[in-house]
Design a protein around this ligand. Sequence first.
Ligand SMILES: [Zn+2]
Ligand SMILES: [Zn+2]
Length: 371
Amino acid sequence: MTFKTKDENIAAVLYGAHDLRVEKRPIPQPQAGEVLLRIKATGICGSDLHYYLDGGLGPRRIDSSKPMILGHESAGIVVSIGDDTTKLKVGDRVVIEPGRSCGVCSYCCQGRYNLCPKMKFSSSLLQGPNDGSLCRYACFPENLCHRLPDNMSFDDGALIEPLAVALHSVERTPIKVGSTVHVFGAGPVGLLTAAVAFVKGAVNCTIFDINQDRLDFAKKYLPNGVRVVLLPKIKFQNAEDTITWAQDNAIHFLRDLSNDDSDNFADVVFECTGVAECIMLSMYVVQRGGTVMLIGLGRDKTLMPTDIITTREVDIRGNFRYANVHKKAITLVEQGRINLSSLVSHRFKLENSNILACLPLPLSNADFLAV
Ligand SMILES: [Zn+2]
Ligand SMILES: [Zn+2]
């Protein structure tokens, strides 16, 4: 079915650091098994910001001869369907799951498709550049489009993606009713991870961040009783110094949390910053036999205090995106157990050039773009 419209497809295309251009692109036609979406809302991910500010993420840098459309946190409406689509129809409102895995490797066959070595993830240079969905029209396989319930907005839909990260990471920890949880980073993923941990039964939660505004927002956003710790803005050149600082200071941060003698070590620590100082502190604020979940993806490689990890039987786990959680994430929002709309801090029109340059940094919570 050929889709016809007078509307133009515009896209936010990254050519290099601080070089984001709004361009007209042809409206793609859906292939077999795909649907064409009119994108209605896209969240700005930390990774989009890194690409914009640094021209890359980790070791990969954008090549201006192969520019990339940013964005992967999107919701939209089906406007055309390709052959062999059986599930979706024109007019359906959907959330996209922005990673196309190969579907045949051993990871895909086990359902751990987030680990697929051939994964093509929207707005990522890994196996790419892979164009994202910070545009008006984009095609996606229908099996990566999840229906939005009537009571959920496109804004909510766009923020299902960071919620999926949070949900996947919480599911990979042993949190149970009564657990104590520490979260490093009060950005959207940190806040949503804490929110999901509460849903799962955590009763004590502490959020660490270097930004007081973020912490103030965390206190409003999360259930009563959440505690916050303002970390100093500190950066060590040397990994040994980072370990010494974390070892010397962890206990002070924990003691400040209460008036009684309780030690405040956590059953589970979620590290959502990727910053070496926070990763190190995580190792010293987790209790014996506890779990540290590494979610944040930083630039740094770092030393680890292996003596502590071994003798205290600390389980360290990594978390990369998500698999098989979008439907559950949608249900949590549909049932009102997780609030997404209050995470939206700004709205921009896609056609405004240099959108990301408008964002106030550091961001207070999820920053947002409506198209
Ligand atoms: Zn994201
Ligand atoms: Zn695969």
